[in-house]
Write a protein that binds this ligand. Sequence first.
Ligand SMILES: NC(=O)c1ccc[n+]([C@@H]2O[C@H](COP(=O)([O-])OP(=O)(O)OC[C@H]3O[C@@H](n4cnc5c(N)ncnc54)[C@H](O)[C@@H]3O)[C@@H](O)[C@H]2O)c1
Length: 249
Amino acid sequence: MARTVIITGAASGIGFACAEHQLSLDWRVALIDRDAAALEKARIALARPQETLSFCLDVTDEAHVNAAIAAAGKLGPVRGLVNSAAIGADQSFEATSVEGFRKVLDVNVVGCFIVARAAIGAMRDAGGGAIVNLASVSGLRGNMGRSAYGASKGAIITMTQVMAVELASANIRVNAIAPGPVETAMVRSMHTPEARQNWVRRVPQRRYGEPREIARAAAFLLDDEQASYVTGHVLAIDGGFLAGGLLPD
Ligand SMILES: NC(=O)c1ccc[n+]([C@@H]2O[C@H](COP(=O)([O-])OP(=O)(O)OC[C@H]3O[C@@H](n4cnc5c(N)ncnc54)[C@H](O)[C@@H]3O)[C@@H](O)[C@H]2O)c1
């Protein structure tokens, strides 16, 4: 029977690319996003109505998340989860409001926790599975303007490691991907032309990544054969950003 992967933030960017790629690998895909119009557009663009279900909800809404994950099982056994939904913020530490900081943590950390906890129940019923949490290089380095966002992604990395330790006995692997800058709607709204120049100067490959480059790595981590002994890992897909120090001009 075809396996089902739940993907949050599936209406855009990396989440959408993961949905497209997993469908090409014959998975069924449950798409979750809070943007109804974008979600509908995404499902039409994927053009696989029999193999997809979409759920318009906010990942911080526990009751809706639980109901959606129970319904996603109709597609087939839930063996995968990609937690891609998140919000960004580019604000100096001092300019960040308490309310804004809480909002970022709520969506990016608590939302990921709510969806993962619900999905784990479905994975246990299916005999195991794999979870991929989207972190960021900003969860590993002090990038300016990323106090709330970077703190949320650092939390995702630690949560991923704890989940990997606790869920190994249930045959559930849990890994994180830490992308560098990737061309998506989030980045288009956050990166000014100056910020782009700044990033490209610091990425050894001298370019932004494409969503499909993240989706291929997520597919590897979701694959129980290829990544059978990989859990608790943080995979940087960043054109060399984290490795870099002094770069050529
Ligand atoms: N694009 C990058 O450069 C980059 C770099 C590092 C990490 N990431 C991470 O990758 C993931 C995907 O980012 P992206 O660039 O594709 O973003 P994106 O903005 O293109 O897509 C995010 C999607 O999440 C949805 N979403 C936001 N809040 C939600 C909520 N509360 N409930 C349900 N859906 C919600 C949005 O509607 C949107 O469709 C995020 O976790 C992001 O932090 C992105």
